[in-house]
Ligand binder design. Sequence first.
Ligand SMILES: [Zn+2]
Length: 381
Amino acid sequence: MLLRPYACVIAGEIRFGVEVEVIDGVITRLGIQGGVPDDYILCPAFVNAHSHFEYRGLLNRVHGDDFFSWIREISAAKSEQEMAEVAHDCQIAAEENRGTGVAYVWEHSDRPGSGHAMKEVGLDGVLFQELITFREHASPGLKFAEIHERAAEQYRQSGIPAYVNPHSLYTVDHKSLERVGFRAGPISIHCAESRFERDLTVHGSGPFAEFQRANGWDVVPQGLSPVAVLNGLGYLRPGTQLVHCCDVDEGDLERMARTGVSVAHCPRSNHALSCPIAPVKRMLDAGIPVGLGMDSAASSGPIDFFEEMRCALEMSRRRGEALEGEEILWMATGGGARSLRVPNWDIEVGSRVPLIRIAVDDCYSAEELIERGSPGDVSWV
Ligand SMILES: [Zn+2]
């Protein structure tokens, strides 16, 4: 198959005058445009570095003013949902991911459903079966076994690798955190999303600390940032993804760069929950691989990767550390894939990257594509 787009996205940049030959799903040749080009931009499919399909049905239904009230509200909303409803929501979310041009996802799952949906829709990726031992913190063994079985079931249903994976520092007991941290395999953990996490780990104060104490936890101030606490638990190493990292300081960034962890940046969710703006430009400058994640519809809004990219651009400007459009397109494609340890996710000879057409005409820059694109412009090659 010979593709003649008027432009290609290569290494995050808009490149004109390139035609692409694809044989049996492999890019076999890049050449100089030899005919009349068609009216679309050819792009590697997007990589969704962090998501929760099961909350698709909670779109516009959770309205916390800050992170703590939001997480209380979503916990209450979840308890009212039937499993059939959750499975249906996962299916819709998977279809909408595909519709917005996503081919690969690192998906967090609490209740079953997303593995099956990913398989049905043809999404590739990794499943992280969330371990939460908030109520079982004193004796988490049975809960751990239950989540292990849930992960195994998701794998049986989908063939997608599934791992037991802690939700966060503030919802999982110390022993279980250690158990996963010192294990082989990929990890994806919410980290430094709000300032409340630092209050908990440094001072043993704030809403998380109060909530833990009210539920019988022995809360001890550790004098360490959340990233530093994770370091002591074995988490800072290649193959670990820290989700959010809104509230990180220079010491954290240095540790993250040195140890080879990656980051999932979810700007729409962070904005909706009044989290600090993540220092993404500094992460990239420090060599930390960053991917872009749509998180869940309950905080981010509609499943639309172009909206996510626009928000990444806008938030970086508000922080005063503006990202280039090319940096954002790279986080959305090859750079995001690299952050998930998937190589060769670009338009290059030998690559098997899934490709999308984006029908936005007369577009001259990465920033313009981000500003003007929408899921309705996407079709699959
Ligand atoms: Zn999340």
